[in-house]
Design a protein around this ligand. Structure first.
Ligand SMILES: Nc1ncnc2c1ncn2[C@@H]1O[C@H](COP(=O)(O)OP(=O)(O)OP(=O)(O)O)[C@@H](O)[C@H]1O
Length: 243
């Protein structure tokens, strides 16, 4: 039996700006991501990848069409309800990391859990474990500005994956990383998805897309192709691009 659909986009359009400045960033996109499934989104600059990710995470609402996360229709939620949905169920890794500079690595990862109502002790324990999964247990007390780009990126990954996130959204999560660390980050993302989350990954890198079960290609706001071939770490595609 197929796993439940966590993210569903139906005939989604998004128009930015107005009048002469109007940009049709997405034009009628249909997309489903099931629990346990990692979908990579590829496409040239300006094709609508970030717009799609922002809609999936409830940071933005569609101009027309519907976006549902679990049972929630994102377009019908008010800003407060969308913020709650994001905090509770959606993990993000963005290009700009949005780490809080005044908080240590551990505190940055702990923060979303505390905002969700976890006790400080439980939140700390979970955050410590999340930092360990990205190999940063030694740097828990370090501040983001005292870390390398790759280390800070891994803190952002730990923060996105901590807690019961049902949908993990990653926008070029390996951008600041060397290839070995980038692979490690992809492995962590894959493990989180294998443990039951749904994952949506924007990437320009075919080696990272090869970790996905499916690759969706966007151009000018339209899905122009979608590979059905199950890729994943054991797939031929994966082995081919890693060889
Ligand atoms: N807030 C906005 N206001 C106006 N236009 C926007 C806005 N956000 C995105 N766009 C436009 O929408 C189109 C799609 O942008 P988007 O950032 O989603 O593409 P992308 O595929 O993520 O690009 P990149 O790979 O360069 O990040 C582009 O033409 C962009 O200029």
């Amino acid at each position: 039996m197929n796993a439940p659909v966590m993210l569903r986009m139906t005939s989604v359009t998004r128009v930015h700006g107005q009048g002469a400045a109007e940009v049709h960033a997405l034009r009628g996109v249909d997309l489903e991501v099931r629990m346990g499934e990692l979908v990579a989104v590829m496409g040239p600059s300006g094709s609508g990848k970030s717009t799609l990710l922002n809609l999936a995470g409830g940071l933005d609402t569609p101009t027309s069409g519907t976006v549902t996360v679990g049972r929630d229709d994102v377009g019908t939620l008010d800003a407060k309800a969308r913020a709650r949905l994001r905090r509770k169920h959606v993990g993000y890794v963005f290009q700009d990391l949005n780490l809080v500079p005044a908080l240590t690595a551990l505190e940055n990862v702990t923060l979303p859990l505390e905002l969700d109502g976890s006790s400080a002790r439980r939140a700390r324990a979970k955050a410590t474990a999340a930092l360990a999964t990205v190999g940063l247990d030694d740097l828990a007390d370090r501040f983001p500005d005292d870390m390398s780009g790759g280390q800070a990126q891994r803190v952002a990954i730990a923060r996105a994956l901590v807690g019961p996130r049902r949908l993990v959204l990653a926008d070029e999560p390996t951008g600041a990383l060397d290839s070995v660390t980038g692979e490690a980050v992809m492995r962590v993302l894959r493990q989180r998805v294998d443990a039951g989350a749904a994952g949506l990954l924007v990437t320009h890198d075919a080696r990272h897309a090869a970790w996905a079960d499916r690759i969706v290609f966007l151009r000018d706001g339209v899905v122009i192709d979608s590979t059905g071939a199950a890729a994943g770490p054991d797939s031929l595609l994966h082995r081919a691009v890693r060889a």
